[in-house]
Design a protein around this ligand. Structure first.
Ligand SMILES: *Cc1c(COP(=O)(O)O)cnc(C)c1O
Length: 390
């Protein structure tokens, strides 16, 4: 593993032991003969794609999934040799690039297949595809039996495209109400009936479906958010078959501590004014790191206690109203545990009126990722430094 240093006192800790536990439990849950596809798109939901991929593969994942071809090629560049499926739309003119890197792509319309064929030559490696069926998500995918048949025939006749899988995606698998989910499942079953299913990887489940239901497992599950220890939605938390362990935490340190007098103000706009003499701490993290301005007034952990952000969050720093004096260098936890107190990804999501998926994704690449296994640092990834220190 490439060990890159970092020279700032803000970092995300990625607990690969927790991640491995989540993957192992999921693998036990779905069973030996169902493939676990580890979804590592968006830099593994902000966690670090290659490190997460390796950890998941070590615990029984047999294939990886990303959203874009670039992400797949980046994984190849980081030494990942396992099968990779690109779930999103790859422009057909790059079909030969995918083939060259042995990356499986999603075929989602007759037009896509016809165009892609024009960019694949007979003497190059054939392109592997999974056929995407739109059963109600309305995003990408074929919607009729005719389209599916035509794609299968085009692929077979060309000799340049091999269909290795077929899949769909649920729009409501994380909701209590299951009618729409069942409608999609029935559509999928009907549309794939005439395909040679024993020779294909057949998958429909994301984390929510894979954790809650068994009848739609087919022979593979796409496991994303659950792998990172987060519930697909608050409303199905009580249905999870095993406890998930959060993988992501966000740490910084007090860079400056000072006393301000009653009536003095802090940060842009001078919106925060001290009501009494008080200690103010400054941390080196801001909205350019993904700690959004909307989080002004929310809390962080210091010495196991909640403390409030004072004033506006700046691009690279923010201030905290401290309950007492703390030395410079004191650890400040933005997401994670300290003693008996914790701030979860879900808490930040609720505060921002969004979903937990968005929170780990929004922590920008300026924040180094530090990988831990059994509480020992086993790697660091800091893409903003040059790559010269191996
Ligand atoms: C992102 C994605 C997943 C993973 O979903 P989770 O809810 O994170 O498990 C699965 N399938 C497709 C098509 C996706 O785009």
């Amino acid at each position: 593993m490439r060990l890159k240093p970092f020279y700032r006192k803000t970092w995300a800790e990625i607990d690969l032991t927790a991640l491995k536990d989540n993957v192992r439990h999921m693998k036990q849950h779905i069973g030996e003969d169902v493939h676990l596809m580890a979804v590592v798109k968006a830099n593994a939901y902000g966690h670090g794609d290659a490190q997460v991929a390796k950890a998941a593969l070590a615990e029984g994942a047999s294939i990886l999934a990303v959203a874009f071809l670039d992400e797949a090629i980046s994984l190849r560049g980081q030494g990942i040799k396992a099968p990779i499926l690109v779930l999103g739309a790859v422009p057909p003119e790059y079909a030969h690039i995918a083939a060259e890197y042995r990356i499986t792509v999603t075929a989602y319309s007759v037009g896509w297949v016809k165009e892609a064929l024009g960019f694949l030559s007979d003497d190059e490696t054939a392109l592997d595809i999974h056929l995407k069926i739109d059963t109600g998500m309305g995003r990408i995918g074929c919607r009729t039996e005719e389209e599916i048949k035509e794609i299968m025939e085009l692929a077979k006749a060309s000799g340049k495209i091999n269909c290795r899988g077929v899949f769909t995606h649920f729009a409501t698998a994380d909701e209590k109400e299951t009618d729409y989910f069942r409608m999609q499942l029935e559509r999928f079953k009907k549309l794939i009936k005439s395909l040679p299913l024993d020779r294909l990887m057949v998958h429909s489940s994301n984390s929510a479906a894979g954790l809650r239901f068994k009848e739609q497992l087919f022979n593979a599950v796409r496991f994303g958010i659950g792998m990172y220890g987060l519930s697909p939605s608050p409303e199905i938390k009580d249905e999870l078959p095993f406890p998930l362990q959060e993988v992501f935490s966000l740490q910084t340190e007090l860079a400056h501590v000072k006393k301000i007098e009653k009536g003095e103000s802090v940060s842009y706009g001078a919106t925060y004014t001290a009501e009494h003499d008080q200690w103010i701490g400054t941390v080196p993290v801001g909205y350019a790191d993904g700690w959004m301005r909307k989080l002004a007034g929310s809390e962080v952990l210091i010495d196991g206690k909640r403390q409030k952000i004072a004033g506006r969050i700046c691009m690279d720093q923010f201030m905290i109203a401290l309950d007492q004096e703390y030395p410079v260098g004191t650890k400040v936890t933005l997401i994670g545990k300290q003693k008996d107190e914790s701030i979860s990804v879900d808490e930040i999501a609720e505060r921002l009126q969004t979903i937990n998926y968005e929170i780990t994704c929004m922590i920008s690449s300026r924040v180094p990722r530090m990988f831990l296994e059994n509480e020992r640092i086993i790697g660091v990834r800091n893409p903003i430094l040059p790559n010269d220190k191996e």
